[in-house]
Design a protein around this ligand. Sequence first.
Ligand SMILES: C[S@@+](CC[C@H](N)C(=O)[O-])C[C@H]1O[C@@H](n2cnc3c(N)ncnc32)[C@H](O)[C@@H]1O
Length: 214
Amino acid sequence: MNVVREIPEVMHRALFRTLSLLTPQKQGAILRGYFDWWHRKPDPWALGTDGYELHKYKTTLGLLPARPYKRILEVGCSEGVFTRELAAVYPQAEITGIDISQRALERARARNTAAKVEFLHANIVTHRPGRHFDLVFCAETLYYLGRPDRLRQASAGLGELLVPGGLLVMVHPWPEAARLHRYLDADPAVVKIDEVVDTTAHRPFSVSLYQAHQ
Ligand SMILES: C[S@@+](CC[C@H](N)C(=O)[O-])C[C@H]1O[C@@H](n2cnc3c(N)ncnc32)[C@H](O)[C@@H]1O
């Protein structure tokens, strides 16, 4: 056990689990304030520069089947660092990023000026965009939702975003990903078609690929 890394992580999860005792609306209001504060400085997780994050992006993109994706969604997009990678790899696609922090989205818009990229302010627990996508990403976000009912609600919402045959890509730390992805593993609307667990990094992670039924 890496005590230095795991104790802060346990406290972090306990904080967000406590917030999830509130109603989804009150939880959402606090998360909005928290993540605006967290983004008080640009790129607070160093997503654009940290070698670990860039390795995770590369691993994620390397797992995707080659398809002519038309509509792509990234939930919990922060400042649009990965969104920019997506726009470079899939220039033909319409790409939507959503995040609970307005401040993050302002920077995401500045970073992604292509006409085909848009950003929406929304809470993934309660937001239902009413549109469907052939590729959906959710990375490093589910552990903020707290207790199981919020995770179940968000997981069901993610599955519903897909067109028939569409792909959902989930990226979270391993082995916690087994807990965070369990509602998708049990969701009859999708089937897990691939998973890579990278244990070579200082913080192991899992990339799981789910496909909606045709
Ligand atoms: C660690 S960042 C992940 C960024 C990006 N997915 C990546 O891996 O490069 C997590 C993001 O999730 C957003 N977030 C947290 N809870 C959310 C919620 N309930 N709805 C929408 N976004 C949320 C935060 O504002 C933050 O920008």
